[in-house]
Design a protein around this ligand. Structure first.
Ligand code: GAP
Length: 485
């Protein structure tokens, strides 16, 4: 049994109201609405100075766990634009769609499975053309009558080259995975990897979502962190799947997500994505019982339990279809046995934005300190935008300011560090707490006498006095300890 049973009502979200995170993100420069001066563009968000650091750190942490720390996974950075046949062959042109309904009076469009009253419907129900009538569903905005559902393809289309004609239509990729499949032979030959091995990719994907929303949770332009693990067919794929599932959940915990706010949820057989149906059928036929082929790692967001990452057993669905369509056999030759085979794929598919969003929400803390509310982000030090802030107790003393800059410049050779003197020390600490800076180094008048500075810890608020020369080493050691802890 791979799916964990957690009662959704027993687990409270880290923040009750999403607006708390949205407003912190805007105010402190994590995330802004895109093209805001023109009124914004729906479902696209821009990362500000702190947000870009956080997201880069999330991507680095993923790459570290998936590529750097392993011998069996290599990286790839394939193009966003691919040959259009890729998407016909992969099944995305035919099947990558959501059920859409339209209101006859205000012409607003909704995803059928997100309307109130559709929570318990099966995937089969959602395909029923009479479902709107049967449940008497109405427009949630003006109560108007809704159309029967139709399948709406989520891929963005554009034209390649100077002529806007059908022959020039290409797609913005809706997943990075296909880049790894079409490059399977190139990567395997160049890296000489033997099964099992994986290809990891981080990059932008695009989906014309019918109902985007919940801040950066569902966007139309977003970034994925996907890994395709190539294995021997059947039993080996099932066991790789069972290994990757807890490993991926553990990655979120390693970087600080509260374990109780994570759970695993298996997809129902009639709700499987087109690329996992073949594996499900194969196991049923060959083992006589269902074997999990699609399980989501879910997080308790303020708006409910939602997918954070999907782990999928895609069988040889993609490689076989690309082999057939392209005429290029995407197979593996086992030199020991002389066998040619098309590997199966176990995919771990995460979102960089969704992961960064989760780390941000889960790190949010509010507490009373001496009659005031202290807001802090208890981000894992590896994820925090700044690792350390260097602060002067007295900015009027040039020797103090100069020493602060020397300490900060030395730290900057190794990590993101910042100097701030625009407020009194208490306020400076609060500002750094609110953006998740794990440590502050304060230079005071005594420093000029004894050569020692104060290092303050964000979470415990404890302070330690250490010699100036030891600052960079101490912070590097603490970062290392947090990374390996
Ligand atoms: N290659 C398989 C695949 O793309 P998916 O479950 O559709 O699977 C994987 O997407 C992950 O990508 C999701 O778990 C989520 O983290 C992220 N993701 C998908 N659609 C997204 C969107 N519209 N906005 C932000 N992140 C998204």
């Amino acid at each position: 049994m791979t799916t964990s049973a957690v009662d959704p009502d027993e687990v409270a979200p880290a923040v009750g109201d999403l607006d708390t995170i949205v407003s912190l993100s805007k105010r402190r420069g994590f995330i802004f609405p895109s093209s805001e001066i023109y009124g914004g563009i729906n479902a696209v968000w821009d990362y500000g100075p702190l947000g870009v650091e956080l997201k880069n750190n999330v991507k680095r942490a993923w790459w570290r766990a998936m590529v750097q720390e392993r011998d069996d996974i290599v990286g790839l950075d394939a193009g966003i634009l691919m040959h259009p046949e890729v998407w016909v062959t992969s099944g995305h042109v035919g099947s990558f769609s959501d059920p859409l309904v339209e209101c006859a009076t205000d012409h607003k469009r909704f995803r059928l499975d997100e309307l109130p009253g559709t929570e318990d419907l099966s995937a089969t129900d959602l395909l029923d053309p009479a479902i709107v009538e049967r449940l008497n569903l109405r427009c949630p905005d003006d109560g108007g009558p809704l159309s029967a559902p139709r399948q709406f393809n989520l891929m963005f289309k554009t034209f390649m080259g100077p002529v806007e004609e059908d022959a020039a239509v290409i797609y913005l990729r809706p997943e990075t995975a296909q880049g790894s499949y079409v490059n399977f032979k190139n990567v395997q030959t160049a890296s000489r990897k033997k099964l099992p091995f994986g290809i990891a990719q981080i990059g932008k994907s695009f989906r014309n979502e019918i109902s985007p929303g919940n801040f950066v949770f569902r966007m139309r332009e977003f970034e994925q962190m996907e890994m395709q693990y190539f294995v021997r067919p059947g039993a080996e794929a099932a066991s790789a799947f069972e290994q990757w599932l807890p490993a991926r959940r553990a990655w979120y915990e390693r970087y600080g997500v509260t374990p109780e706010r994570l759970r695993l949820r298996e997809h129902a057989p009639d709700a499987l994505a087109h690329y996992t149906r073949q594996a499900a059928a194969w196991y049923l036929e060959h083992t006589g019982h269902p074997v999990p082929v699609a399980v989501d790692v879910e997080y308790r967001f303020p708006f409910g339990w939602k997918e954070l990452e999907g782990v999928h057993n895609r069988s040889d669905y993609d490689l076989s279809r690309h082999s057939e369509a392209s005429g290029e056999r995407l197979e593996y030759f086992d030199q020991a046995s002389g066998e040619h085979l098309i590997p199966w794929v176990v995919e771990t598919a995460a979102g960089a934005d969704r992961a960064a969003f989760t780390f941000l929400i889960d790190a949010y803390r509010e507490e009373e300190v001496r009659g005031e509310t202290r807001v802090s982000l208890a981000l894992h030090p590896d994820l925090a935008p700044y690792k350390v802030a260097v602060l002067p107790l007295l900015k009027k003393r040039p020797e103090i300011v100069e020493l602060c800059h020397r300490i900060k410049d030395d730290l900057k050779r190794h990590m993101m560090a910042v100097y701030d003197d625009t407020a009194a020390i208490g306020k400076l600490y609060r500002r750094q707490d609110e953006i998740g800076t794990p440590w502050c180094v304060t230079v005071d008048v005594d420093t000029l006498e004894d050569g020692a500075v104060t290092v303050r810890d964000r979470d415990s608020m404890t302070q330690q006095r250490i010699p100036v020369e030891g600052v960079t080493r101490l912070i590097l050691d603490r970062l290392e300890a947090a990374r390996n802890g």
